[in-house]
Design a protein around this ligand. Sequence first.
Ligand SMILES: *Cc1c(COP(=O)(O)O)cnc(C)c1O
Length: 394
Amino acid sequence: MMKEYIEEAEKALLHTYNRYQIVLDKGDGVYLYDTEGKKYLDFVSGIGVFALGYHNEAYNDAIKAQIDKVIHTSNYFYNVPAIEAAKKIKRVSGMDRVFFTNSGAEAVEGAIKAARKYAYLKDGRTDHEIIAMEHSFHGRTMGALSITGNPKYREAFEPMIGNIQFARMNDFQSVKSLVTDKTCAIIFETVQGEGGIHPAREEFIKQIKALCEEKDILLILDEIQCGMGRTGAMYAWQRYGVKPDIMTTAKALGGGIPVGAFLMTEHVAQHSLTSGDHGTTYGGNPLAAAAVNKVLDLFEENHIIENVNSVAPYLERKLDEVVDKYEFIKTRRGVGFMQGLEFTRPVGEIIEKTLDNGLILINAGLNVIRFVPPLIITEEDVDNMISILEHSLS
Ligand SMILES: *Cc1c(COP(=O)(O)O)cnc(C)c1O
């Protein structure tokens, strides 16, 4: 049965993914089930999306209730769920203004536009530059791709949007040497995800922030993967006491309903995008906004961030033990429930093995296995994961 589904998929879907050979059917808590009923412990959560776990009844009920009221109105009108979601996301982020999008990449596009407009209003030039990082990932649309520091993703789609420079993450001098009077923004992920789980060092963030303040350059932090509690703070930058001028969020924001956002300080809002500058048909529609509302409520009610902080040290210790045991595992990197194990060789086969054994994992680059589980996992789930992982390694 599963085999037939896969054959049909490969005839109909554009082949932009080398998918794992299972068809997922339903989920419950930290488990997913395929169409043949096989159960998988999930340490991927749909790439950091299903933070609350699968089949959360309170979340599902909130979405169903909104479906029965109204799903979509367009942004020419106000709607209550979006107003409430905006208030809540302001409160948890400490940012001042929010624009809801349908995806992470679209949030990044908005952030780029806001930064360019900010600089344009200052000096009227149209040749501003953005500094991004090597090994970064910001999405697949043309603007987001242009600042994605992986030449393989970009090459066939050149020319990019232009005036983008790449510096080395955690190397302040490499950033500083690229700054000119045309630089309008410096953007990076507070913890690089796709590029192999590389957290920004505190000193790096602080130096960049000081540089941005000195030169009136906007600091944009991409929190699409590392945000929403995954690192033990609602947004990873909050751990450093350094606030961005613009930030992006998505993935776990809607708990599975596609929604993202870019947020900014009041100062940037007053000096950048204005009416007619930007828009979206769906962004922040009542259904998506109802999902955001419920996700943010459940984060508080279910003490999600507390759970990350209480279980993460155990996860780190257990992963460190695995690193010590196998000579082909080089190191562990990460923060909270965003962890990576770097191997001395490609990890594709190992991930297929763990999948066979009932554990869903994913890579981050060729040699890194990424662990981005639902934020509700317990120490027992960690034990189960480690035991399947070790069984698959031997
Ligand atoms: C996933 C991701 C994106 C892109 O989000 P989409 O919703 O896939 O467009 C951008 N930035 C980071 C850091 C991401 O992890």
